[in-house]
Write a protein that binds this ligand. Structure first.
Ligand code: HMG
Ligand code: MG
Length: 309
């Protein structure tokens, strides 16, 4: 079985970093991810540069990257201004991002949920007219940093409202990394009663170390698309307590070990992670990346996973 890994490192991974990563380094990071065979790469976000200064160079990054045939390059857009900037930069796929909880919606995009969906309807309509595909995110689906628990019925309802806007897929997102394997079917089953599983992706942050286990818990439900970030970077500036995304390195290692094909070269991915790690002021959270780095330091030339994929 083939799974789709959506690489969000250049966007979710870098949007919260204190170190200033240059545009050239972002381009080099994306190009390394392309070379590693990632099928979908979220390159940047056309959001307000005042709200998220780390993404201010979205257009320049798109102008610099070398697009690999068959790879999809996407970006977040919060409104029509963001969509127009993305279209002007030659972006062919964008993502809108709604929330399951009112407070997080207001903190993140300065709009309540209903108002945000009205804005996103306009974004989807204009994107369709421009031939641009739109993905949807649904944040705080497993819990909100401000409001706590979120009812699964609400997640299902909002997923279906996002689908009605015309998105091709909804990434059900654990913004702050509180999800656990017991919760995954409780949240997903009502969603899957309303939306085909082929249109559902999962986006886990790994704050409590449960992201890989959550993926494993979702496989029997038929989910085949997972978001992850090279090196395990990530976090949302408007979600206190959120740590990095599920690490792509750890995800690909596990999936390939299970015999599930991703088309991603783990060696190439490790190289991309190690590269961006040299541009940051802290070690990479990914356990796989840490293991590779430790082996390279102590036993140069030894393969990281002699019996692995
Ligand atoms: P606002 O201040 O309410 O916006 O922010 P506004 O419409 O009142 O405009 C204010 C100024 O911003 C104006 O400029 C606009 O032109 C400008 P001024 O006249 O003052 O000079 N502006 C823009 N500039 C560039 N690009 C734009 C844009 N829009 C307005 N697109 C806004 C509202 C939505 C813009 C703001 O709140 C924003 O940008 N929020 C984005 C927040 C964000 O990026 N969060 C992180 C990503 S979401 C995430 O990480 C979760 C996810 O990973 C899934 C998960 O884990 O849950 C996806
Ligand atoms: Mg995220």
């Amino acid at each position: 079985m083939k799974l789709t890994v959506v690489e969000v490192g250049p966007r979710d991974g870098l949007q919260n970093e204190h170190a200033r990563v240059s545009t050239d380094d972002k381009v080099a990071f994306v190009d390394r991810l392309s070379a590693a065979g990632l099928p979908v790469i979220e390159v940047s976000a056309f959001v307000s540069p005042r709200w998220v200064p780390q993404m201010a160079d979205a257009a320049e990054v798109f102008a610099g990257i070398t697009r690999a045939p068959g790879t999809r390059y996407t970006a977040l857009v919060p409104n029509l201004a963001g969509l127009d900037r993305a279209v002007a930069a030659g972006v062919q796929e964008v993502a809108i991002f709604a929330a399951s909880s009112e407070t997080f919606s207001r903190k993140n995009i300065n709009l309540g949920i209903d108002d945000s969906l009205r804005v996103y309807q306009a974004v989807c309509d204009r994107a369709a007219a421009a031939g641009v595909r739109v993905r949807g995110y649904l944040s705080t689906a497993f819990g909100c940093p401000y409001e706590g628990e979120v009812a699964p019925a609400r997640v299902a309802d909002l997923t279906s409202r996002l689908m009605d806007l015309g998105v091709f897929e909804v990434a059900i997102s654990d913004t702050i990394g509180t999800a656990h394997p017991g919760q995954v079917p409780r949240v997903l089953e009502p969603v899957l009663a309303r939306v085909p599983v082929s249109q559902i992706a999962l986006h886990f942050h790994d704050t409590r170390g449960t992201a890989l286990a959550n993926v494993l818990a979702s496989l029997p439900l038929g989910v085949t698309t997972f978001d992850a970030s090279a090196g395990g970077l990530g976090g949302c500036p408007f979600a206190p307590g959120a740590a990095g995304n599920l690490a792509t390195d750890d995800l690909v290692y596990m999936l390939e070990g299970l015999g599930l094909e991703t088309g991603v070269s783990l060696a190439g991915l490790s190289e991309a992670s190690a590269f961006i790690g040299t541009r940051l002021d802290h070690p990479l959270p990914s356990r796989y990346a840490q293991a590779v780095a430790a082996l390279r330091r102590s036993r140069p030339g030894v393969r990281p996973d002699p019996e692995g994929p």
